[in-house]
Design a protein around this ligand. Structure first.
Ligand code: SF4
Length: 504
C-alpha cells in the first residue's frame, strides 16, 4: 500500500451540481495529481441514506456522474472495469439507495459502469498485523479487495459520533452489515482505523458543493460550493477538518489513521492548490456545525430523558460514542422524517445506556428502556426495586467468520413482539450495538409511530430491493458451492481472489 510522499489537495469552486463542470474540475484534478485510473477502477460514493427523506445525506449523482466521466476521460482503455460500489446504512437494501438517490439512472446514462451492492457480494478475509489492531482479520466485499484503482467520493458532512465524516470515516460502507456492526461501539474509531488497511484510495473527490452540517443522516444543508480533490486520505481529511476550524488530530479516526502510517495530518505538509485558497475555503466554511452530542443533551427538552454511564472499557472513554446512544439519536431523526407527529405521539419515557449510577426520574406508567448489553443499573423505579445486570461479552467472543446477517423483517418481528408482550414498564433491548434500525423499530412500537420500513409510499420499492438482494445472495451461495466443487467457477467466470488480495 503506497502512501504518497507528496500529499496534495486541490480546492476548486463549484457552486452548482453541473455534471459537466464537475467532470472538467475532476479531470483537471486527476491530471494535476499525475494519476491514471487503470485495471479495476472502483468508485465508492457515500449513500448511507438516500432519497427524498435524506436529501443532504449522500453524494449527489450529478457529482458521481462528473467523477465517472472524468475517470473515463483520463483512464480510457487502461481501465479493465469501471465500477461503483457501496453498502448503505440502516439495513436498507443498497439496491434501493442506488435507485432512490438517482445513482442508478445516472449509471445507466453514463454507460459501461458496473454497479455493486456490497452486501450482495462475496466477502473476502483481510489479515491484519499492526500492533494496535482490534482483530487479526476483517472482511470486505470482493470488489473492494480486488480493486486496482480506488476512488473515494464521500459527502462533506458532520457526524454526531465521530465529529466528521469525510474520506476516512466513509470506510464504514466497505463492509456488509454482519461485519460493519462488529466493534461499532466505543471502539468505532479504532475500527475505522483498522479498515484503512484494506485499501487506500489513489483518488479522493468529495462532494462539498452542498455540505451537511450537524448530523449524519439528516444534516442541515450548508452551501460550501466546493469540490475538493486529493491523493492521500489522512492529508485530505486533515485539510477538510482544518477548513472547518478543527484540529485534525482531535478527530480520533484521523489521528489513528496517521498513527497507523497512512499519511500525515500536518496540514502545513500538504501542498494545497486550486482556484480557492485555503483561507477562502475557511471563510466559506465559517459557522459549519460539527460536534459530538451526548445523548442526555440531545434529548433535552423532549419527552425522552436519557441517562448514560460509561461503556465496559471506561479507561478508553466514559461514553460509547460509536454505539447505542448515538444510534437512538439517528433513529429519532429518521422517525421525524417519516412521521411529523413523532414528538407529539411519543409517550414520556426514559432511555438508559452503559453502567449508569445516578437516579432515574420515572413516574408510574412511564417506560424505562435499558438499551444495549452493557446497560446496568440498580435502584428504585416508581417505588419498585429494579436491578439490571450487564450482559456485555468481551469483543473477543465475536468471530467475523461466523457473523450472521440480521434480517430486517426478523428484527421487525422480534422487536415488535418484545414491545407488545413486555408486561413491565422496564424493558431491556439486547445487543452490542443495538442498531439504528432496531431502535427505530422499538420507538415505533413504543410511540405508535409510522414505521419507515413499511411506509406505504416506499414499501413496494423496499420489498423489490429486499427480494433482489436476498435472491442475489442465495445465488452467490449456489455459485460458490459449484466453485468449491469443481474449482473453476466464480460468479463472474474468474479466479476467486486470494486472502489479502487488497494489500498492495
Ligand atoms: S452495548 Fe451499546 S452502549 Fe454498550 S458497549 Fe455495546 S454499543 Fe456501546
Amino acid at each position: 500500500m503506497r502512501i504518497p510522499t507528496e500529499p496534495r489537495v486541490i480546492i476548486r469552486s463549484c457552486r452548482e451540481y453541473d455534471p459537466q463542470k464537475i467532470r472538467r474540475i475532476v479531470r483537471e484534478g486527476i491530471e494535476e495529481l499525475g494519476l491514471r485510473p487503470f485495471g479495476r477502477t472502483l468508485l465508492k460514493p457515500n449513500l448511507v441514506a438516500a432519497g427524498p427523506n435524506f436529501p443532504h445525506a449522500f453524494t449527489r449523482p450529478e457529482f458521481g456522474e462528473g467523477v465517472l466521466r472524468a475517470l473515463k476521460d483520463v483512464g480510457g482503455g487502461s481501465m479493465r472495469e469501471l465500477a461503483v460500489g457501496e453498502r448503505c446504512g440502516i439495513t436498507v437494501p443498497t439496491r434501493l439507495a442506488f435507485r432512490e438517490s438517482g445513482w442508478d439512472a445516472m449509471i445507466e446514462r453514463v454507460g459501461g459502469v458496473q454497479r455493486y451492492c456490497f452486501e450482495e457480494q462475496p466477502q473476502v478475509e483481510i489479515p491484519l498485523s499492526h500492533p494496535q489492531r482490534l482483530r487479526d482479520y476483517l472482511f470486505t466485499p470482493e470488489p473492494v479487495a480486488r480493486a486496482d484503482f480506488f476512488v473515494n467520493t464521500p459527502k462533506f458532512k458532520a457526524h454526531p459520533w465521530t465529529t466528521v465524516t469525510f474520506s476516512i470515516k466513509s470506510y464504514i460502507g466497505i463492509q456488509d452489515d454482519r461485519h460493519r456492526l462488529i466493534d461499532h461501539d466505543h471502539k468505532l474509531n479504532e475500527k475505522i482505523g483498522d479498515l484503512q488497511f484494506i485499501i487506500q484510495p489513489q483518488l479522493i473527490a468529495i462532494d462539498a458543493i452542498t455540505a451537511g452540517e450537524g448530523r449524519m443522516l439528516t444534516p442541515t444543508p450548508f452551501d460550501l460550493g466546493l469540490v475538493i480533490i486529493g491523493n492521500s486520505q489522512v492529508a485530505f481529511d486533515a485539510v477538510c477538518s482544518a477548513m472547518i476550524g478543527l484540529d485534525p488530530r482531535t478527530v480520533d479516526h484521523i489521528r489513528l489513521a496517521e498513527e497507523y502510517g497512512f499519511g500525515s495530518a500536518d496540514v502545513s505538509k500538504v501542498k494545497i492548490t486550486g482556484d480557492v485558497s485555503f483561507e477562502e475555503a475557511q471563510d466559506r466554511a465559517k459557522g459549519f456545525k460539527v460536534g459530538l452530542v451526548r445523548v442526555e443533551k440531545y434529548f433535552e427538552g423532549s419527552k425522552i430523558t436519557a441517562y448514560a454511564g460509561p461503556p465496559p472499557e471506561p479507561e478508553h472513554s466514559d461514553y460509547c460514542w460509536g454505539g447505542c446512544p448515538g444510534a437512538i439519536e439517528e433513529a429519532i431523526e429518521i422517525l421525524r422524517q417519516y412521521d411529523d407527529q413523532c414528538d407529539a405521539k411519543m409517550p414520556r419515557m426514559h432511555v438508559v445506556f452503559g453502567s449508569y449510577a445516578g437516579g432515574i426520574d420515572a413516574r408510574p406508567g412511564e417506560k424505562v428502556v435499558f438499551i444495549g448489553d452493557c446497560a446496568e443499573w440498580k435502584g428504585t423505579i416508581a417505588g419498585k426495586p429494579v436491578q439490571i445486570r450487564s450482559q456485555y461479552k468481551d469483543r473477543g467472543h465475536l468471530d467475523p467468520h461466523t457473523a450472521q446477517h440480521e434480517d430486517i423483517f426478523k428484527k421487525m418481528a422480534v422487536t415488535t413482539k418484545k414491545m407488545a408482550t413486555s408486561g413491565s414498564n422496564v424493558i431491556r433491548l439486547e445487543g452490542c450495538p443495538v442498531s439504528v434500525a432496531e431502535q427505530v423499530l422499538a420507538l415505533v412500537a413504543l410511540g405508535g409511530l409510522k414505521n419507515p420500513y413499511t411506509d406505504p409510499k416506499n414499501i413496494g420499492q423496499f420489498l423489490r430491493g429486499y427480494l433482489g438482494w436476498r435472491s442475489r445472495v442465495a445465488l452467490n451461495k449456489l455459485q460458490r458451492k459449484r466453485y468449491q466443487h469443481n474449482g473453476t467457477f466464480t460468479q463472474r467466470g474468474e479466479a476467486a481472489p486470494s486472502v489479502g488480495a487488497a494489500t498492495k
